[in-house]
Design a protein around this ligand. Structure first.
Ligand code: FAD
Length: 443
């Protein structure tokens, strides 16, 4: 394998934190007294001139767990007051297969807590595909400690309203404002920008993405996983995370079923530069006769994404969009599937490798980010047993919500008339917008 294998000391076996008189005030999560370090960081930040000092303090804060762990390993005799402590020196090796948003989130979340994993991707270089547009508030919360959310917020467009059209008739302007300024918007940002922010954070934390490295095989022994990549020898890991997308090789190699169905027909997508779009910073959805639908989301001030459940998104859009340049156009198909289990022994699945559904509701990438963050946390805190059940429940609920959104927005006949009337009523009753906004933002 060409991926760089950086392995740091794991603290997966460190919890629960020891108790006893020697550690009167230790931190529950790490077993360390973090208050003095936090205080020092606050002072540095306070006294620093704007710029470098603050950056250093933020970096140190992000590295805090790793630094504390290194101090602990350097100063405490093995097995000091807890037999499990003897295991702390164990070096955990984790391989993440797939450097999409899911794999990169797992990499960042592990690295900022002291375990720098290997991550490989069969692509020769970073993706330039902007599939997912919507970053939901819960993903931003997840990505705040690493500093990634800050960059996404700086680059993305905050969508504060949803517009619903029936044919060309503007029927509803749903306000997403809910009294919580940190979660009263959906952030629109091309997926490749989200991935770039995650990748840069991982590199800052000491990691490296091994592009051009394809996993071809995996086998497990009772205490290890053996993985092989094209042209490489078999290598040994403590755990492998399959974040390798919908056609996951990891999932197939460990024999996890991926039941579900494929939806008939094509969907289409177009990324365009356009001027004078009527809702440049909002999300727009148009329902047309025959269950056809076209949606528009901003990618930047004059760049937009159009998606439709027809062969040609731009032709289907019933509203005027003054297109200056088509950056990318294509078609895709949709499957609705969920794995039976997210785990086989020491191999875990996350993201599209475990679930897929329609883009209605913009949930897929956000669900993958949530899988990855929970898995990283469970690896660090040695609580792996609940991972599959917890993520399966979230996956099932998300697929149900996404299917409900898809059926609503593509409804025909009586249901369409009902939806149109309901949307018109809701438009006149702004105080009732909140629950719908919460649903849209999953907040
Ligand atoms: C048109 C469209 C619009 C969408 N819009 C949204 C949206 O608005 N919001 C949202 O949340 N989601 C959206 N999604 C879904 C979102 O794009 C996916 O859910 C997301 O990309 C999943 O991320 P992932 O990291 O799990 O998988 P992927 O992004 O598929 O990444 C998997 C990675 O694994 C690599 N890989 C595969 N096999 C191997 C191997 N054998 N060895 C090494 N590497 C391998 C691949 O090269 C790839 O880089 C949309 C999807 C589509 C198609």
């Amino acid at each position: 394998m060409t991926a760089q294998g950086t392995t740091l000391v794991s603290k997966a076996k460190m919890d629960p934190a020891p108790t006893g008189r020697r550690y009167p005030k230790h931190n529950q999560a790490t077993g360390f007294r973090t208050e003095p370090l936090t205080l020092v960081l606050m002072l540095v930040e306070h006294r620093a001139a704007p710029g470098a000092g603050i950056g250093l303090a933020r970096w140190a804060e992000a590295q805090r767990d790793a630094i504390l762990q290194q101090i602990w390993m350097g100063t405490c005799p093995p097995g000091f007051d807890n037999p499990d402590r003897a295991n702390h020196s164990r070096r955990m090796k984790i391989l993440i297969v797939g450097a999409g948003p899911t794999g990169l989130t797992a990499a960042v979340e592990l690295a900022r807590r002291g375990i720098v994993p290997e991550i490989i991707d069969r692509k020769e270089e970073a993706s330039t595909l902007s599939r997912a547009v919507g970053v939901l508030p819960r993903s931003l919360r997840t990505l705040t400690p690493s500093g990634v959310a800050e960059r996404l917020l700086a680059e993305g467009v905050k969508m504060r309203n949803v517009h619903l059209y029936f044919d060309e008739k503007h029927t509803l302007e749903l306000s997403l404002r809910n009294g919580h300024p940190d979660r009263d918007f959906g952030l629109a940002l091309a997926q490749d920008r989200t991935e770039a922010a995650l990748r840069d954070a991982f590199i800052r934390l000491g990691g490296r993405v091994g592009y051009g490295t394809e996993l071809v095989g995996i086998r497990q022994e009772h205490d290890k996983v053996l993985a092989t990549a094209t042209g490489g020898a078999e290598r040994t890991y403590d755990f492998v995370i399959g974040a390798d997308g919908i056609r996951s090789v990891v999932r197939e190699a460990v024999g996890i079923a991926f039941p579900g169905r494929d939806l008939p027909g094509n969907w289409s997508i177009a990324d365009v530069d356009a001027e004078n779009w009527r809702h440049p910073a909002d999300f727009t959805a148009c329902n047309l006769e025959g269950g056809r639908v076209a949606v528009v989301a901003p990618l930047a001030a004059t760049r937009f994404r159009v998606i439709s459940n027809t062969d040609d998104a731009l032709k289907t859009l019933p509203l005027e969009l003054n297109v200056k340049n088509v950056r990318r156009q294509g078609q895709f198909n949709i499957s609705i599937r969920l794995v039976r289990t997210y785990r086989s022994g020491r191999v875990f699945l996350a993201g599209d490798a475990a679930h897929c559904h329609s883009p209605a509701g913009g949930r897929g990438m956000n669900l993958g980010i949530a899988d990855a963050a929970e898995l990283a946390d469970r690896l660090v805190t040695d609580r792996l047993d609940g991972y599959s059940a917890s993520r399966h429940a979230d996956g099932k609920a998300t697929i149900a919500a996404s299917e409900q959104a898809r059926r609503l927005i593509t409804s025909t006949g009586f249901m369409r008339r009902l939806l149109s009337t309901g949307a018109g009523l809701l438009n006149r009753l702004p105080p009732l917008h909140r629950p719908f906004a919460r649903d849209f933002l999953q907040s």
